[in-house]
Design a protein around this ligand. Structure first.
Ligand code: COA
Length: 326
């Protein structure tokens, strides 16, 4: 049986820390409110001049090293991001150049917070089809550049960072067992950046009206997220005939501690089996799962043959799961 196996992970968070107390000085909010509603205590933000591809490079480089391969061995680079360096070229192409991954094809996946799992799914399909052998999947975001630092309903939530995984063809039982991807564009306006695309190109007016920043109807998004995640997790378990108690580690997208706790409760899973990074990084969108995965690996929380359940939800709307035999 051919599987796409993760043979190396890496992650990177910018050095600059922004605490809730720092944000208290910027907008009408409090550390208590942010911690109670989200579980976030601090987040990292890019230094001036640092871009999404810089973060992706750091994470990607570490993943390649951990995998024990050379950048030239990579056939394909997939970057999940909603904060690309530029509209063109793709951040994946910028990364391909920075890594000197000479033979790699490269493209971005635009699925917001589900971007990394969409990338894993694509990599899995390419590897199973025989088209590629070694694929680098990265989730990288410079959300601070798209955050309205005058809007307290969103600016407390997001952070910057990147995580990466090298997947390779494996003739055996370990690797990606399943992925499930979903979307519902009818809910697009719950979480969006109104201007800067073909619908509303940048003008002085769009800038004046702060239309280039992330807008979110948090409460409505919350409700849809809980329902969609429950369904996608159920789907993964049923498809693989796996019981919740067989899961060794849940690695959820880190958007809100209450959403994560609701999922753990639903699965009857103790919080010790759930990876949490939200307190220190906030919501890093496509980067959150690979950052948490890399941390789990580095902390020795993942052992050979463990069963890992990854789940994500984000703008689009998009949601997804991946079940992995480590
Ligand atoms: N500080 C203090 N008060 C704030 C605030 C802040 N940073 N942001 C909003 N508030 C206020 C609101 O104005 C509102 O006040 P009102 O009752 O006087 O109108 C009150 O707090 C409650 O706002 P609400 O939006 O209902 O809070 P919430 O409990 O839903 O929490 C989120 C807000 C954003 C934390 C939460 O909805 C959430 O996490 N949503 C889902 C995020 C998500 O999953 N996104 C998808 C993946 S990226």
């Amino acid at each position: 049986m051919i599987h796409a196996r993760i043979i190396g992970t890496g992650s990177y968070a910018p050095k600059k820390v922004l605490t809730n107390h720092d944000i208290e000085k910027m907008v009408e909010t409090s550390d208590d409110w942010i911690v109670e509603r989200t579980g976030i205590r601090e987040r990292r933000v890019c230094e001036k001049g640092q871009t999404t591809s810089d973060l992706a490079y750091e994470a990607g480089h570490k993943a390649i090293k951990a995998a024990g391969i050379a950048a030239q061995d990579i056939d394909l680079i997939i970057v999940g991001t909603l904060t690309p360096d530029t509209a063109m070229p793709s951040t994946a192409c910028v990364l391909q150049s920075k890594l000197h991954a000479k033979k790699a094809a490269a493209f971005d996946v635009y699925a917001a917070c589900s971007g990394f799992l969409y990338g894993i799914s694509i990599a899995d399909a390419f590897i199973k089809s025989g088209m590629y052998t070694t694929i680098l999947v990265v989730g990288a975001e410079a959300l601070s550049r798209f955050t309205d630092w005058e809007d307290r309903t969103t600016c407390v939530l997001f952070g910057d960072g990147a995580g990466a995984a090298v997947l390779q063809r494996h003739a055996g039982k370990r690797g990606v067992l399943s992925t499930h991807l979903h979307s519902d564009g009818n809910f697009g306006d719950l979480l969006h950046i109104p201007a800067g695309g073909a619908a509303h190109p940048a003008t002085a007016d769009t800038v004046e009206r702060r239309q280039h920043y992330i807008k979110m109807k948090g409460n409505e998004t919350f409700k849809v997220a809980v329902r969609a995640l429950e369904e996608v997790v159920e789907e993964a378990l049923t498809h693989n005939k796996v019981k919740p108690e067989e899961i060794d580690l849940l690695i959820p997208h880190q958007a809100n501690l209450r959403i994560i706790q609701a999922m753990a409760k639903r699965l009857n899973m103790p919080m010790e089996k759930v990876m949490l990074t939200i307190h220190k990084y906030g919501n890093t969108s496509a980067a959150s799962i690979p950052m948490a995965l890399d941390e789990a690996v580095r902390e020795g929380k993942v052992k050979d043959n463990d069963l890992l359940l990854l789940e994500a939800f984000g703008g689009g709307l998009t949601w997804a799961s991946a079940l992995i035999r480590w």
